[in-house]
Design a binder for this molecule. Structure first.
Ligand code: HPA
Length: 270
């Protein structure tokens, strides 16, 4: 993993991917966030050594480098989900690469099912904490101390300071946001009514199939994380809706402008 990471980093640095302030992982339906970036380089994942290639429709595989205001960003358009069959090591590989490109701050986004009765579809939830219920841990196995310690502190998985900053932005922009805990399950099935109930009982506000492995690995390497989730469907008792990937993409798309405005302002001002 170390050698592969360094090889990919060397390749990307030679292509000009340097001096980056923010890494952004774009979730389902948020691919067009890249419209906010003044793009100077884009590379398909296929062209990058050691990069996995995404298979789900609606998940484009492209690395995008450019600026937002006076900040330099690197966006991953298309992420690798465990349910696609990637190993955890493959799924989190781009986060390792981001760190060794010199990135200390990452912004992760996703689409998720809301289990908090105060939530509506289309809401944006700032992720304040997570619960890892994935069947495999990305740090299982021999620890490579060059990446980080064996036992990783997770007392502040999502930066409280960044959350507070985004809350101010949302108030000023008159955009309503939610805040809560994201629980990660393997998928690829959406949850049954009983499973949504379990997720709620475990203390979460939203459930999805991504983000947590990436954040764990980012914390392993001492990165600062900010996460947001678009609530694309609801799994609330007595109100569990039929859900499809198409519907998830559609709702995420509708929220994209709002999320784009928030994230762009955040990057410009944080
Ligand atoms: N469950 C899991 N993942 C999801 C959901 C959901 O309800 N919505 C979008 N991604």
């Amino acid at each position: 993993m170390w050698e592969k990471t360094q090889e990919t980093v060397k390749f990307l640095k030679e292509k000009g991917f340097i001096n980056i302030d923010y890494g952004i992982i774009l979730g389902t339906g948020l691919g067009n966030f890249t419209d906010n970036i003044d793009i100077s380089i884009r590379l398909a994942y296929e062209e990058i050594p050691n990069f996995p290639v995404s298979t789900v429709s609606g998940h484009h595989g492209e690395l995008i480098y450019g600026t937002i205001g006076d900040k330099t960003v690197l966006a991953l358009r298309g992420r690798f989900h465990y349910y696609e069959g990637w190993t955890m090591q493959e799924a989190i590989f781009p986060v390792r690469v981001m760190k060794y490109l010199g990135i200390d701050n990452i912004i992760v986004s996703n689409a998720s099912g809301g289990v908090n009765a105060n939530f509506k579809t289309g809401d944006v939830m700032l992720i304040s904490d997570h619960i890892n219920m994935m069947p495999e841990h990305p740090l299982r196995g021999k620890n490579d101390e060059r990446f980080g310690p064996r036992f990783v502190d997770m007392h502040e998985p999502y930066s409280l300071d960044m959350i507070a900053h985004m809350e101010k932005i949302a108030i000023n922009a008159n955009i309503k946001i939610q805040k809560g805990t994201y629980l990660a399950l393997q998928g690829p099935t959406f949850e049954t009514p009983a499973e949504y109930g379990m997720v709620r009982n475990l203390g979460a506000d939203a459930v999805g199939m991504s983000t947590v492995p990436e954040v764990i690995v980012a914390k392993h390497m001492g990165m600062t994380c900010f996460g947001l989730s678009i609530i694309t469907d609801l799994g609330i008792e007595g109100l569990v809706e039929k859900v499809s990937h198409e519907e998830v993409q559609k709702v995420a798309k509708l929220a994209e402008a709002k999320v784009g405005e928030l994230v762009k302002k955040f990057i410009e001002t944080y």
